[in-house]
Design a protein around this ligand. Structure first.
Ligand code: PLP
Length: 471
């Protein structure tokens, strides 16, 4: 077995053409021009580097809008088949800027937020408060007051303490508030598989056992309206089985709670998976939507209840594939390993500060040399960042042309979700701008940070340093 094969993970095959852009991973329509330079959203990456520098988050607005429309249509069609309605919230935590809020709202999606900061962004975008949902396991009194005050559409209750906080607010202000109860169905899916247990050991929501008493307490409080249950089982889920198992458990509880009063909605969260590499084969959203809605309808039929209005909260599935991060290669280094193998490290000018997902949970990404095409033989590389952590890995394993070197532009696709959101200033690296592409034009929707931005927060700047000679 060759050294190259030994180092590659099982799922990664040497590509027939290391210049090809795997469909489903890249924004729709991304392609190389006659010079071999990749164009995304009709704009050349070389021009993007020239105008905005690197690292650079690039988001294809048309692609985000298309994913939003397709997702909404998929759930509407599925719900319509069972005589019910659906609302699709965009889960803002995936990528939240005022522009993104406007794009998804214009395509008919509501928006969910999970902190006062996210709420502020949605409001700054002009979102209709009645079409906002508010999550979070530790919302402060100030956050709850603000949400009630602006007339937020729904608050997803996560604990008894929060319920009492909200009760005190509506009683004090004479306000009213629609709420859902977040329930932990005991089904958890974080990867492509799911796990179903009686009790899930995590911080979100009420257990199935506790929910009836909490619902009864909500119904006692004047000013609060219990709209229904909410459940989110995890992220990057490829199949319907986990959702179906969860739906069975949640619909049983929904039916039980109907005995105590009306419930208008059942929110089954988000978590629909996308392709990060060519080895990923996510279920098309139409199949997921019909599989989940069918499961809910079946469970309702068994219990002789009406199918409630439904709600879903996709984040990654709306923005993930529309994003690409551009980096410039700074150095390459061939490192000899024990068993006569060598690994080519390719260092780029960003890293874990703009994409924490590989370091945070071992997420896999892919990469391509995008400033030129190359006939050089594909070589297994590890793309790493510029941070002082050996775990600062952007792409753990990828085949790139063996002549990749300093000055080349490298792009990592499928970075639209949870990359900007999770960005940090580790090692005082300024966070990159976000550039949106539409109909062949590029514009900054979030400006990049400068070193001055970072220094502006340091209260000691300008103070005098009295150094002491010690040697
Ligand atoms: C409550 C809730 N809803 C929706 C989402 C969105 O998940 P995804 O981006 O995987 O669709 C999340 C993600 O963590 C979540 O916690």
């Amino acid at each position: 077995m060759s050294a190259r094969t030994t180092l590659a993970p099982d799922w990664l095959e040497p590509p027939a053409d290391a210049n090809a852009l795997p469909p489903g991973v890249w924004p729709t329509g991304a392609a190389r021009d006659d010079e071999g330079v990749v164009r995304v959203g009709g704009v050349s990456v070389a021009e993007l580097r020239e105008e905005f520098g690197t690292p650079l988050y690039v988001i294809d607005e048309d692609d985000v809008r298309a994913h939003a429309r397709r997702t909404l249509e998929a759930f509407r069609t599925a719900a319509g088949r069972h005589g019910t309605q659906v609302r699709v919230y965009y889960a803002g935590k995936a990528l939240l800027t005022t522009e993104v809020v406007r794009w998804v709202a214009e395509e008919g999606l509501a928006v969910d937020v999970c902190t006062g900061g996210e709420l502020a962004v949605a409001l700054a975008a002009g979102a209709d408060p009645a079409r906002l949902g508010f999550h979070g396991n530790n919302k402060s009194v100030a956050e709850l007051e603000r949400a009630v005050d602006i007339g937020i559409g729904s608050i997803v209750l996560d604990s008894e303490i929060e319920l009492e906080r909200l009760a005190a607010i509506v009683q004090r202000t004479g306000g009213t508030q629609t709420v859902l109860l977040r329930v932990n169905s005991g089904v958890h899916a974080e990867t492509h598989d799911f796990l179903a247990t009686a009790h899930e050991d995590q911080k979100f929501g009420f257990t199935l056992q506790d929910a009836p008493a909490i619902a009864a307490r909500v119904r006692e409080i004047e000013g609060l309206t219990l709209a229904g249950l909410h459940c989110h089982i995890g992220s990057q889920i490829f199949g319907t089985a986990g959702f179906q198992e969860s739906a069975a458990r949640i619909v049983e509880l929904h039916a039980e709670l109907l005995a105590g009063g009306d419930l208008s909605v059942l929110n089954l969260g988000g978590g629909f998976g996308i392709a990060y590499t060519s080895a990923d084969a996510p279920t098309p959203i139409e199949d997921l939507a019909s599989g989940i809605v069918e499961a809910v309808a079946r469970e309702c039929e068994v219990r002789g209840i009406e199918v409630p209005a439904l709600a879903f909260e996709p984040g990654r599935a709306i923005v993930g594939q529309a994003g690409v991060t551009l980096y410039e290669v700074g150095t390459t280094k061939s490192v000899d390993l024990d068993d006569d193998a060598t690994r080519l490290y390719v260092s780029v000018d960003g890293g874990m500060s703009d994409n924490a997902r590989p370091a945070l949970y071992g997420a896999e990404f892919s990469a391509r040399l995008v400033s030129r095409s190359s006939d050089a033989a594909p070589t297994l590389v590890r793309v790493v960042g510029k941070h002082c952590e050996s775990g600062d890995i952007v792409v753990d394993a990828e085949y790139l042309p063996g002549d990749i070197g300093p000055g080349d532009l490298l792009a990592v696709p499928a970075t639209g979700a949870y990359c900007f959101s999770l960005a940090s200033n580790y090692n005082y690296v300024p966070r990159p701008p976000i550039v949106a592409l539409r109909e062949g034009t590029a514009r900054v929707i979030v400006r990049g940070e400068t070193i001055d931005d970072l220094l502006a927060r340091d209260a000691g700047v300008g103070a005098t340093l009295f150094s002491k000679e010690t040697a």
